[in-house]
Design a protein around this ligand. Structure first.
Ligand SMILES: [Fe+2]
Length: 200
């Protein structure tokens, strides 16, 4: 029981082995069970006794970013980022986005194949650790590569999807080949209905 803590790691929405072979159970155990948990542990320690302890996780992300409280932001950002990461996937994924999301992808990127190519390019362009995000900007979609824990929420944008490109996300399964990992997620594990539900 960790009910005493302010910020708590949500349950994984599927079993540890359910994303395999796209993401192995070894990676999920390490990434969710160790890394994601550690961001929550550190956030609880750092936020205790501060104004951040009375905020929602989303508010901690925005305020600590604006306050330039780097340590709090790094941990709150990563705690929040990984919630999106796990929630946006489902075992087996969905092959294609549909409805409004699909038309917006066509408008903004010239089609789903072209979107995937551009997303992979941008994710490769994130130097070192960071995330590649799909965001909504009014009636357009945009791909944002951001360093470390930075996310669209901190930048006042609407988050639709985010792929973790820190090495811990893919090294066990894809070694150093980041584009193969991103491509596999986009083609085999993303729950495009969830992504569409994030549209405002
Ligand atoms: Fe991660």
């Amino acid at each position: 029981m960790n009910d005493m803590k302010k910020f708590n790691l949500p349950q994984l929405p599927y079993g540890e082995n359910d994303l395999s072979p796209v993401i192995s159970s070894n990676t999920v155990q390490l990434h969710y069970g160790k890394h994601h948990q550690a961001y929550f542990n550190m956030l609880n320690t750092l936020a205790e006794g501060t104004k951040y302890n009375d905020m929602t996780l989303e508010d901690v992300v925005v305020h600590s970013f604006n306050d330039k409280e780097q340590k709090i932001f790094n941990n709150a950002g990563q705690a929040w980022n990984h919630i999106i990461y796990w929630e946006q996937m489902k075992p087996g994924g969905e092959n294609y986005p549909s409805g409004k999301l699909n038309s917006m992808i066509e408008d903004s990127f010239g089609g789903f194949e072209s979107f995937k190519d551009q997303f992979i390019q941008q994710s490769v362009g994130v130097f070192g650790s960071g995330w590649c995000w799909l965001v909504q900007n009014d009636d357009k979609l945009e791909i944002m590569g951001l360093p470390n824990a930075e996310n669209p929420l901190a930048h006042g944008k609407i988050t639709l999807m985010g792929i973790d490109v820190w090495e811990h996300a893919y090294y066990l399964d894809y070694k150093n080949v980041r584009p193969d990992y991103v491509k596999a997620l986009l083609e085999k594990s993303i729950n495009w209905s969830f992504v569409a539900d994030q549209l405002k």
